[in-house]
Design a protein around this ligand. Structure first.
Ligand code: S3P
Length: 191
């Protein structure tokens, strides 16, 4: 994909959704550079606001506190323009978040199969409070069960990318084509 200028028809905010380990942050940062958009990561914004990492927020205040902070930070992203925002894996699946996201941006679901997620997350579970205490078998069960619960939210995305077998370049290309196909323009609120 060549260096691209953002088109005035493109949506102001692009929200990347997907399970932990689906590659939202990596793809988001890369795509933003190519599209001349800003990049923000919701977990990083929460960490900055709370002054401590997500693991510490879960440990000190529990998940309910984190979900409240997450929803508040999500709503604050309406101040961003020409920005790609990587959401946390659970963000679309709590409260009314998915309705809000759909109204305020263009949404992309990076769909990755359970076995691949397990392979990736086994190596990176320490920074993820929902996984850090689980052994491999428990993690497999957790991913299967949670993905099943979250699927109906993720699948409301404007675009679903089966990203597993795509290189980062191919994933970018697929997103670029979706943007250019004008599919987001079906919802005029997104511009
Ligand atoms: C979570 C995913 C994490 C982070 C928190 C909870 C989830 O983000 O928000 O640990 O519920 O799936 P990543 O998807 O960036 O790991």
């Amino acid at each position: 994909m060549e260096d691209q200028r953002p088109s005035p028809e493109w949506p102001s905010r692009i929200y990347l959704m997907g399970f932990m380990g689906s590659g939202k942050s990596k793809l988001g940062a890369k795509l933003a550079r190519r599209l001349n958009y800003e990049f923000r990561d919701l977990d990083t914004l929460i960490t900055e606001r709370e002054g401590r990492p997500v693991t510490a927020i879960f440990a000190e205040h529990g998940e309910a506190f984190f979900r409240k902070a997450e929803a508040e930070m999500l709503h604050a992203t309406d101040a961003f323009h020409q920005t790609i925002i990587a959401l946390g894996g659970g963000t679309p699946c709590f409260g009314q978040n998915m309705d809000w996201i759909s109204r305020n941006g263009w949404t992309v679901y990076l769909r990755i199969p359970v076995a691949t997620l397990l392979g990736r997350l086994r190596k990176r579970k320490d920074s993820r409070p929902l996984l850090s205490a689980l052994n491999d078998d428990e993690m497999l069960e957790y991913i299967k069960r949670t993905l099943e619960q979250r699927r109906p939210f993720y699948e409301r995305a404007h675009v679903i990318l089966d990203a597993e077998n795509l290189s980062p370049e191919e994933t970018e290309e697929a997103l670029w084509e979706s943007l250019n196909s004008g599919r987001h323009q079906a919802d005029p609120r997104l511009n």
